[in-house]
Design a protein. Sequence first.
Length: 105
Amino acid sequence: MKIMLTIVMCSTLANTCLDPHTFPKVYDSYYECLIDGYQKSLDKTKEIGKSETNKYQIYSKFGCQEVITPPPKPKSEAWYIVYCGKELTNMRCLPTQYLKLKRKL
């Protein structure tokens, strides 16, 4: 399971939030994401400072969401069978031979 952290900073006074910020780091568990979410929210609050936080009533909220990735497509090789003269071959025909059939398997 892969988890991504998204944090949103909001102001109660302005009744608005900034656009969400999703971090590029991918976590292996919900617990790790949650702990880092609390730490990053605390770090950002300290960076904004006591005065601005109180003045604008700033708070943060965050979420940890599982990354849903589609399964990888299977690799396949394309083989072409061509009829050159009297035999089937997966090689090229000589320029003098007549190509009668080409199909993908």
